[in-house]
Design a protein around this ligand. Structure first.
Ligand code: NAP
Ligand code: G3H
Length: 486
């Protein structure tokens, strides 16, 4: 049974514009229900289009002065924000847990990781330098010409984040945008908005200039298109589902876009792999936070000669997973909502109907799906292709590396992949052929460390994140040419 908190204090949260917390003129709020307490924990404002216009107007005004401040000065604000997040870590972690059902320890790690992310972002920016080019290196060019190339901000960045890392994936957009001299309009996932508000409370304590960061709340389905098409937005950094990202990309015209979207990361297990170690990595990759990570391992492609043994070890590891309330530190926790649980159950049911074997799991209590291992999954099953964002792991048996690569690449997604083998040459040969942003050799798929480039290709995204790449994506090159009279 899930633990429950005896009395939740339901709070009405305001949105944040021009350095002030405000109630919306709409008079409407959105209930935020805890995914495991099944009660309303708070309400956020459903803001109007006029309020969107106002927020963007303030951002545009504030950005002009902010771009003029020195890097050292911007750095001070960001460092202060990181410190305030650390000071508020317990309070914020509690909200993350209650709002998105993440275990308290992971929630706390998310806040601390975010502070580290902000600090590293500052340090990276402080050490980014422009370049210069001499004119005479091109045929017919002249020594009298020297180009100075520097990076300048884009203006107002629209940051749209998903529910599953409501603080970290939001700050991963705000910090690079701000250090680079941009202003920000931040639209958190509605389920996750209260965590985002807490993160902005920490930012408010750092006393950034008014209007530089504005947090607006409201359903993406209601205000999303208006925001994305708004002429006052100069760049969009979006993390979320592939369908939402594809929709947004069609709407946003002629502005830079970074999209980090869904995944169907394969764990490829070769005949020669260390199966015990591979299984540990696969289980941790697949089931942490109930598989609600874009980088979760979402299918296993295993050589048929060792499949029985691997499945046996995976089953043993799954039996050790703690299932239940995030308040008790469980790994597998209720999914974000009933609809998500229905979707995962649908994938399991379809696979069983088409001949897959349930090794363990296929048990459900409301939106809590027990960790489920499906064996003998075949290509005609939805579980082979769809992103579950839930605790179900399909095992597909293959007869060769080529078959594994082929099935891996048939996916619409291309975020990450893992290859488990003792043969480093084979590992590189497979990694070279896999169509994903990253390939992990003998490790689980994951985003961090956060200064590594993080890239989704095909249906998994466009452009790159990772600290330096994010700063680059939120700036553009500007060339000033000096014409000397020699
Ligand atoms: P989602 O439903 O796509 O929502 C993401 C964000 O988009 C939310 O803020 C949402 O607002 C907003 N949105 C919805 N409709 C919009 C529109 N028409 N225009 C603009 N914004 C709109 O995704 P999610 O359920 O929060 O997150 C899960 C998905 O994100 C998974 O597919 C996962 O793989 C992916 N993800 C990818 C990465 C990565 O880095 N590759 C990281 C984390 C998650 P509302 O909440 O108000 O609808
Ligand atoms: O959900 C997507 C996140 O980018 C995954 O981050 O690999 O650190 O869990 P993570």
């Amino acid at each position: 049974m899930l633990a429950s908190v005896s009395a939740i204090k339901v709070t009405d949260y305001k949105f944040y514009v021009n350095g002030q917390w405000k109630e919306s003129q709409s008079g409407q709020t959105i209930d935020i229900r805890s995914p495991y307490l099944y009660e309303v924990m708070g309400r956020v404002q459903a803001i109007t289009k006029e309020e969107v216009d106002e927020a963007i107007g303030f951002a545009r005004g504030a950005q002009i002065e902010w771009a003029e401040t020195s890097l050292q000065e911007r750095a001070k604000y960001l460092y202060k924000w990181a410190d305030e997040l650390v000071n508020m870590q317990d309070e914020i972690a509690e909200i993350i847990m209650t709002e998105v059902g993440k275990g308290l320890k992971d929630a706390k790690n998310e806040v601390v990781r975010t502070a580290d992310f902000i600090r590293y972002t500052v340090e990276e920016a402080l050490h980014m330098h422009g370049e210069s080019m001499k004119g005479d290196s091109f045929p017919g060019g002249s020594k009298s010409k020297i180009a100075m190339i520097e990076r300048v901000p884009l203006g107002v960045v629209l940051a749209i984040s998903p529910f599953n890392y409501p603080v970290n994936l939001s700050a991963a957009k705000l910090a690079p945008a701000l250090i680079a001299g941009n202003a920000v309009i931040f639209k958190p996932a509605t389920q996750g908005a209260i965590s985002g508000i807490k993160m902005i409370e920490a930012l408010h304590k750092a006393e950034f200039p008014k209007g530089l960061v504005n947090l607006i709340t409201g359903r993406g389905s209601v205000i999303g298109d208006y925001l994305v098409e708004h002429k006052g937005i100069d760049m969009i950094s979006f993390t979320g589902g592939t369908n939402t990202g594809a929709h947004l990309a069609k709407k946003a015209a002629m502005i830079p876009l970074v999209l980090e979207l869904g995944g169907k990361d394969p764990g490829i297990v070769r005949e020669d792999a260390d199966l015990v170690e591979a299984a540990k990595q696969i289980i941790s990759g697949a089931f942490s936070y109930s598989g609600q990570r874009c980088t979760a391992i979402k299918r296993v492609l295993v050589h048929e000669s060792i499949a029985d043994e691997l499945v046996g070890i995976l089953k043993g590891e799954i039996e050790k997973l703690a299932v239940g309330s995030p308040e008790e530190g469980n790994t597998v926790v209720p999914l974000i909502d009933d609809q998500s649980a229905d979707f995962v159950q649908g994938l399991i049911d379809d696979a069983i109907e088409r001949g897959a074997t349930v090794v363990i799991g296929n048990k459900r209590e409301r939106n809590l799906i027990y960790p489920t291992l499906l064996d003998h999954v075949t290509e005609d099953m939805s579980a082979a292709w769809e992103e579950p964002f839930g605790p179900v792991l399909p095992v597909i048996r293959v007869s060769s590396d080529e078959e594994a690569i082929n099935i891996a690449n048939k996916s619409e997604f291309g975020l990450q992949a893992s290859v488990f083998t003792k043969d480093i040459n084979k590992a590189f040969a497979i990694a070279n052929k896999i169509e994903t942003g990253s390939v992990q050799i003998n490790g689980r798929t994951e985003r961090g460390p956060d200064h590594f480039p993080f890239i989704g290709v095909k249906g998994s995204g466009m452009g790159a994140q990772g600290i330096r790449r994010s700063i680059e994506s939120m700036t553009r090159e500007k060339v000033t040419v000096l014409n000397l009279s020699l």
